[in-house]
Design a protein around this ligand. Sequence first.
Ligand code: HEM
Ligand code: HEM
Ligand SMILES: [Fe+2]
Length: 457
Amino acid sequence: MKTIEFESQRVSLWYFRLALVLFILQVIMGLWLSINYAFTLPQELVNVFPFSTAREIHTNTLVAWMLLGFMGGTYYILPPECDRELYSTKIAYLQLIIFVAAAVTAVIGFLFGWTRGKPLLEIPFPLNALIVVAALLFIANVAMTIIKAKVKTALQWMLLGGVTFLALMYLFGMPFYRNLNTDYYYWWWVIHLWVEGAWEIVTASIMAYIIMRVTGVERQVVEKWLYVETGLFLFTGIVGTGHHYYWIGAPDYWLWWGGIFSALEPLPIVLMVVDTWMHVRERRNPIVNPLTWYYIVGLAIYHLVGAGLWGFMHTLPPVNRYTHGSQITVSHGHLAFFGAYALLNLTIFYFAMPRLKGITKYHDTAGRWGFWITTIAMFTLGLVFGIAGILQTYLERFLDIGYSTAQQTMMLWFRIAFGVGLVFLGGVLTTIWHLFTLKPSDKQAAEEVVVTPAANI
Ligand code: HEM
Ligand code: HEM
Ligand SMILES: [Fe+2]
């Protein structure tokens, strides 16, 4: 039985595979970072492979695999959504090659100190230029596919709007502003307006599509939520950028504007959970692959906890004054990135990869282990970072104890983080192994008779 409607959807498979490889590299670097905090390493080692290099690789591979997942996901859902093949599969592969070549060169460059030193956006200008070329090719390909589509849907335009917004914001991080305050001001246009703006819109659009396909709930119902969520994300997220302007020399009014609007940011995330929950309850299709459901529901809940709850905890100025830039921020960074975007990508992979391999129902034992181990281990890791952060905040900011002394007391928690991180790596490897070796379950043949393609998940 045919499990994908259009041949050009196949381009997404390579995006997913490469994303998963980068995910492994990212996690290994994370483990190395925690060792740096947990033990005093010999200076010779630090000279060769400094913490800053490992952190660059950890965070840049993170951004790269997220973007690969979003682009692959977009290429996977566009053909059925537009009822036509992609405008060009050649462009899609060319863009992938350029992007991956830039990413690999960047990682090698970091090892030799070729870096701009701007956190999360360390890659040097020539490589940035390549990323821009890849992004332009991507947007042109998506736009042309939509323009030439026989059917027009709100979802297509939301998705195009989201990825264009994403690419535009990247441009603000490319120049170096002579004044460091100005530099940070615009740095947040990338970081904050990505994760709390453009990426949320991409997430809402992709999830609207997946939920529609998986549950069989009507398009009008799903799209109604999409409008509300997108509107609210923009309303709260854009002015909410101010929660990063409290202490960088920006005008005082940001304390109020940033505080109030960012405190409202969890609202659209709550709506997403309600929305997902209603669709799951009112679904018309039978559950074929329970694991895909785990990911959909897991994403909704984890997104709310990591981004909404953990973000809310330190967003008001009187709290942020003490927690700013501490391990509490790191705790939120991990839970939010994992809960919202790693799980979004894994949801896309679990939705698309079986179909790309012609599988309607897959064996999921290993996948279930992977799901539970990674989600629980990351939550524990978030708590461990959080405890280290509370200690750090108390010692450094309340008792005014020096950084290095405070750091000593945090070492124990980073040793624990390393142990939990190893478990997390185990879960990630299990999940990735499962995704790479998906096998049809024995029941597939029997189910094929009754299940229509739209009903498979
Ligand atoms: C999925 C969405 C989100 C992701 C991926 C995310 C991720 C991050 C990351 C990585 C940082 C650290 C940046 C740095 O200084 O290096 C950060 C900072 C911050 N986030 Fe989020 N975040 C998300 C949503 C939210 C929401 C909804 C809120 C508020 C309700 C929030 C509040 C904050 C605050 C206040 C900081 C600054 C912490 C400080 O002063 O050190 N975040 N976020
Ligand atoms: C074995 C698992 C992992 C460990 C042990 C780990 C550890 C670390 C450490 C020690 C840092 C440096 C914090 C600092 O500079 O003080 C870091 C940064 C970061 N990691 Fe991880 N990490 C892991 C997995 C992940 C995953 C899966 C994600 C995302 C899905 C992630 C996202 C981030 C982000 C966004 C930052 C920057 C945080 C900030 O600037 O506040 N990490 N990680
Ligand atoms: Fe933010």
